[in-house]
Design a protein around this ligand. Structure first.
Ligand code: IPE
Ligand code: IPE
Ligand code: MG
Length: 240
């Protein structure tokens, strides 16, 4: 058994979603600028994708930049945009080699043309891969997602049903997240996958994102493996 195998692989979530929070505080605790934390956080995100791929997780959704994060100081926002663009350029070959399918979810129209092009290129390169599907949520908001899906559904003239709306959500190709992790100590959703997280198991870690390593992930997976997912039924119905 490799060190990355969780104790209970039979209860491995198919889809993990992570609110990667705490980069700024991590840097500030080291007397550094907030952006230093974003760089470290990016490394951690790359590592997390590798670990999840090795474990056999099918879908990983990482919250990288929310629709509300534009309200941060301009220099932090432009640093994050540049980091996103260079990471896409530097990482996409490796992701491709690892059979990862990369998809950026969020309102891409909010990005400058260069970044939009880098996104298209990385998505096209990895489109046929059938290993881990990695969704990077950038300029993403759960409310935006529900709205854009509703608009598509209306245009399609299909019946307005939950299933029909779900297919138009940004993560429409994936099952809903089984496990939603938030690092950084806050206990809120911050407009992440509002529709999709209806029945996700929630896991909050006090670790700041740049500190959230494979050991922290193992703890989250072990905790998840012990949960009883009832989906409205009684415990007896579920254990049968
Ligand atoms: C999360 O870390 C990354 C982004 C929101 C882009 P933060 O930058 O929110 O870090 P804290 O919460 O201020 O420590
Ligand atoms: C949520 O973190 C968004 C991302 C991790 C990208 P924030 O730091 O923006 O969340 P709030 O503002 O504390 O709710
Ligand atoms: Mg934060």
């Amino acid at each position: 058994m490799s060190s990355n195998q969780p104790a209970t692989a039979d209860k491995l979530p198919q889809h993990i979603a992570i609110i990667m929070d705490g980069n700024g505080r991590w840097a500030q605790a080291r007397g550094k600028k907030r952006v230093f934390g974003h760089k470290a956080g990016m490394e951690r995100a790359r590592e997390m994708a590798e670990i999840c791929g090795e474990l056999g997780v099918k879908y990983l959704t990482l919250f990288a930049f929310s629709s509300e994060n534009w309200n941060r100081p301009a220099d932090e926002v432009s640093f994050l945009m540049e980091l996103f663009a260079t990471s896409l350029k530097n990482e996409s070959k490796k992701l491709h080699k690892n059979n990862v399918q990369l998809k950026v979810i969020g309102d891409k129209a909010g990005f400058d043309k260069g970044l939009q092009k880098a996104i298209d290129k990385a998505e096209a390169l990895t489109a046929d891969n059938d290993g881990l599907t990695l969704y990077i949520a950038a300029n993403y908001g759960g409310r935006w997602d529900i709205l854009q899906a509703s608009q598509k559904l209306l245009k399609s003239n299909e019946q307005i049903t939950e299933a029909n709306l779900s297919q138009y959500l940004a993560t429409g190709d994936a099952p809903d997240p089984d496990l939603l992790i938030r690092t950084g100590g806050e206990k809120r959703i911050s407009n992440f996958l509002l529709w999709q997280a209806a029945y996700s198991e929630l896991y909050f870690s006090d670790a700041l994102w740049p500190d959230f390593d494979s050991e922290h992930l193992k703890l989250a997976l072990a905790d998840y493996a012990q949960r009883q997912r009832r989906f409205g039924k009684t415990g007896e119905q579920v254990t049968g």
